[in-house]
Design a protein around this ligand. Sequence first.
Ligand SMILES: C[S@@+](CC[C@H](N)C(=O)[O-])C[C@H]1O[C@@H](n2cnc3c(N)ncnc32)[C@H](O)[C@@H]1O
Length: 322
Amino acid sequence: MLNHQKKNIYDLIEAHYLLTILKHLYKKGFFKNPDRPKRIAQYFGNRWLFDLVRKQTDLIGRVNATHCYVSGDYHTYLNSGFLIDKFIDGFNVLEPGGELPLLSVNAERFGQAFEKASAYQNNTIQLSLLKQLGARHLLDLGCGKGKLLYEFCNASANHEGTGIDQNDHLLKAARQQFKSASLKKRITFYKGDVSRVSTYLTKEQIKSVDVIYGASILNEFCEQEETLKRFLIHLRSLFKGKYLIVLDYYGVLNTAKANQRSLQPAYIHDIMQLLSGQGVPFRNRQQWFSIYKQAGCTPVFHFEPEAGKGNNWFIHVVKLGA
Ligand SMILES: C[S@@+](CC[C@H](N)C(=O)[O-])C[C@H]1O[C@@H](n2cnc3c(N)ncnc32)[C@H](O)[C@@H]1O
């Protein structure tokens, strides 16, 4: 399984078994304290298993006859545990042989993965954009643990935040962050579906919001262009003339580059989107901009630091109106 050439059925079964081993290592705490050598006998039990993992994966190296090490690539939670927590444990495999989708979100496990990952989340660019846009009241769609809302409200006593998310677990963690009375007064969380945003916010709140933010949420509306367009039209009708900041990624599944190793994070994300019925995000800026325009919105800014590699992520700023 060392490249993306077509896999035969034995490759697939091998991948299944290797994943079983990976999950076993993770649950045994193999990725904790990654700088420290690990006792082979403690994690692998016997040499056969150790040799198999060393030969067929890039996860480990050998220190000496009794100890091994975790490869540097897997030292951070984002590059090891998070991927298992999100892509594997974050989903339930639905009844084999049933209808599509094949996976459904396991809200608690998926939420836990994102809660843990939020410690590594860097919002410098988002906060700088919010400053440039003169934001006072930020609405975060699919706010997760609400880290951006927290940082935004913490930056000034004039800032207010509203977050909507459907995940109870993440909302609970989000509320716990806002400990001081001053912060609590300026933040509101709603549990619900972002596509029905108008049912949670009062008319005054809708009027008061001046910037809307959505990180990894618009990709959920990408199954069909029409679905995303309808959502954008809904937002435009509520927040006309205000700015929407979109953080998302360009899908690669239907591109020639899909099977390049440099794009593997985006490619795996696409497969997850596909199997869980969320649709694969549009593949380039032109397609996204075209949909914004068809929805009567005006893209005004883009930032693509990972273009053609990694997660292939981007930020767009879109004016909700002409
Ligand atoms: C990939 S996570 C991103 C979380 C957060 N925005 C961040 O950047 O860390 C997507 C979030 O959107 C939420 N979500 C997905 N679809 C939603 C929907 N239709 N309505 C409300 N929340 C939704 C999920 O519960 C999850 O917290």
